[in-house]
Write a protein that binds this ligand. Structure first.
Ligand code: 2RA
Length: 330
């Protein structure tokens, strides 16, 4: 089994290597690919130094799986070249997510839809993954009509430059500005770019990707995505209107029995999910589960997950594990 990580020196690429090591994914060879300027650099993996190679060299090596987190343009150009030599690509960019011929996969939800014909598989957006992990079991049991979600997204979702800006603001250092505004002590209602309809790309990803993963265009989703000076994970306040009535106790039990979900919902002990405590973990944490008193058949809850782990690297590696375990590869 030969696995490539494309974008190996980036924030998510580094997390992918950590997850591959922690989950002890069996492989005969690891190929690390990054920008031309990084070729020859050494990256530590399982206590050994692995040299970064060029995209061309990696394609020529015909890896079985290529985990991509190198931006949409790189993926659009090189994922098909890997696929052409028989590699199965799992891509973390938004390039392929809404392509009707590509699958958008959260293994716990729709991993079983994968076949050996899927040579380019899209990893959903981080804020989508944690949302649909909770929505899917609820949709199956109570049939969701509408979701209103407000996100509080970690600054790590923007990238290293934004994290550095926040840290510089805290220490009073001068440095590059990733945002035209102060990040620390602030909330910025602007994740990714604004579209004609007044929403940001991030907000429309939540709407469009959720529909695709649930396989139901009748699930209506509206979102507000906000950047907050927090590391460790994205948080989401979610209001869910169902077709059918529900019982909050049953909701808690249902979610607690789902792989990949941890319910943290005990008000008497102030137990609820928080990003500082989800950092480095792979589960999706849900709490503040309560009925919306203003509308029948409607639930409020609070969802937190590490956006670099289950929101990106771990979900991608879990797709690879699924492909390997189910021998879903040509
Ligand atoms: C963000 N989900 O948080 C996007 C990309 N990582 O900015």
């Amino acid at each position: 089994m030969r696995i490539a990580v494309v974008g190996a020196t980036g924030m998510v690429g580094q997390e992918m290597l950590k997850v591959l090591e922690q989950r002890n994914v069996q492989m005969d060879e690891l190929l690390l690919v990054a920008s031309e300027k990084s070729v020859g650099k050494e990256v530590s993996f399982k206590g050994k130094q692995v040299k970064v190679i060029s995209m061309k060299q990696a394609i020529a090596s015909k890896p079985d799986i290529a985990l991509f987190s190198a931006g949409g343009d790189t993926s659009l150009e090189f994922a098909p070249q890997f696929a052409a030599v028989g590699t199965t690509v799992i891509d973390n960019s938004s390039a392929w997510r809404m392509d009707p011929d590509k699958k958008l996969i959260v293994p716990e939800i729709n991993g079983d839809s994968l076949t050996e014909d899927d040579k380019i598989i899209a990893n959903p957006n981080c804020s989508t993954i944690q949302l649909v992990m909770v929505l899917k079991p609820l949709h199956e049991k109570y049939s969701i009509k509408r979701v209103v979600v407000s996100t509080y997204q970690s600054i790590t979702g923007t990238g290293v430059k934004a994290v550095a800006q926040m840290e510089n603001e805290r220490t009073g250092q001068k440095g590059d500005m990733a945002y035209p505004y102060e990040i620390d002590r602030n909330c910025i209602p602007h994740c990714d770019v604004f579209l004609e309809n007044g929403y940001t790309k991030e907000e429309m990803k939540l709407t469009n990707e959720t529909k695709k993963i649930l396989g139901d265009d009748n699930v209506h989703v509206t979102a507000t995505a906000v950047r907050v000076p927090v590391v460790g994970g994205h948080s989401e306040s979610v209001n869910i209107e169902f077709e059918n009535e529900f019982n909050t106790g049953d909701v808690r039990k249902l979610l607690a029995n789902c792989d990949g979900i941890t319910v943290q919902d005990m008000l008497e002990t102030n137990t609820y999910p928080m990003p500082l405590y989800s950092k480095g973990k792979d589960d999706v944490f849900v709490g503040r589960i309560r009925r919306d008193l203003s509308q029948i058949n409607t639930l409020n809850c609070w969802i937190v997950a590490d956006n670099l782990r289950k929101g990106a690297a771990t979900n991608a590696v879990q797709i690879a594990e699924y492909l390997i375990s189910k021998k879903v590869m040509a």
